[in-house]
Each structure stands twice: as C-alpha cells, then as structure tokens.
Write a protein that binds this ligand. Structure first.
Ligand code: 4NP
Length: 162
C-alpha cells in the first residue's frame, strides 16, 4: 500500500511482460531523476493471467537496457480488483485493456482510470502498439511512446493535479 503522502501509479497491459513493465521501469527512473522516488509508488500488471510470475520478455529487457532502464527484476502479475483501492492512477496501454479495467472498476473508484497515452500529447496514437509479435523496432516504438507519456504523467503528478 502507498504511504499517506504518496501518489500511486499502476500501468496495465495484456501480459505484463512487454509494455507495462517497460512503463514501470521508465517511469520509476524518471521519478528518481526528478527526486520524486519516495513520493510515488509505481507498479504494473496484466489483464490476463498468461505470464504470472514471468520476467519481462527478453526483447523488452534488452530494449530498455539500451536506453539505461533496468526492468529485469520485475515479475508479471494479474490485475486484481483490490488495485482500485490502492492506486490513484490506473493507466492502460490500449483500448482493449482499458475496456477490461472499466468492467472491473468499482463504481465508487475516485482515482484516474485512462489510457496512458492521454499523457503523451505529441502522438496521435491512443494505443501503445503490442510489440509481442513484432521485431525489435516494435520494442523501440514502445520505448518512444512510454518515455513521452511518462514525462507528461510526471509533470501532471508533480504539478499537483489529479
Ligand atoms: P504485453 O504484450 O501485453 O505488452 O505484455 C504481450 C505479451 C504476451 C502476449 C501478448 C501481448 N501473449 O499473447 O502471450
């Protein structure tokens, strides 16, 4: 659970082995660089149960490491309805996962449930494309989008808006 003064952020994709662990790693690093590591709790999960307990995809680990982010220690888990009690921001990597989260979301959830790319105003995309069946370029594109949206999200949180 987050401490009382912490803002909590959960990134969600399908498998929790490609996009959302990348987002967790990038956003954690950006928060650290901004001196906000203690102020923000960061986690990620998948809507599916397919990869529970797995490390991120080796291609995601390599692509992240090439830009200085370590995500190799992360392990996949599935979203749980209790996440709506824990997290202030629940951010979906694509429309399908957002729809799944909306179907699980309690009516009294007071946090922010949206697409992650809502925080990346410089892209016309709404979805972070699933790189699982793509080559290395797919993972580089994920990193481009995730870096952009992470910067926007950090600005929103540090700026004190909700
Ligand atoms: P992710 O990517 O949702 O970004 O983790 C995927 C990982 C695994 C599968 C699909 C997407 N899969 O079909 O197993």
């Amino acid at each position: 659970m987050p401490a009382a003064n912490q803002t909590s952020v959960l990134f969600v994709c399908l498998g929790n082995i490609c996009r959302s662990p990348t987002a967790e790693g990038v956003f954690t690093e950006l928060a650290q660089r901004a001196g906000q590591a203690d102020a923000i709790l960061v986690d990620s999960c998948g809507t599916s149960n397919w990869h529970i307990g797995s490390t991120p995809d080796p291609r995601a680990i390599v692509a992240a490491a090439e830009r200085g982010y370590n995500i190799s220690y992360l392990r996949a888990r599935q979203v749980n309805v209790s996440d709506f009690d824990t997290f202030d921001y629940i951010l979906a990597m694509d429309e399908d996962n957002l729809a799944e989260l909306q179907s699980l979301c309690p009516g009294d959830y007071r946090g922010h449930l949206s697409l992650f790319l809502d925080f990346a105003p410089d892209t016309p995309l709404t979805d972070v494309p699933d790189p699982y069946y793509k080559g290395d370029q797919g993972f580089a594109e994920v990193l481009d989008l995730v870096e952009s949206a992470s910067a926007g999200l950090l600005q929103r949180i540090v700026g004190g808006h909700s």
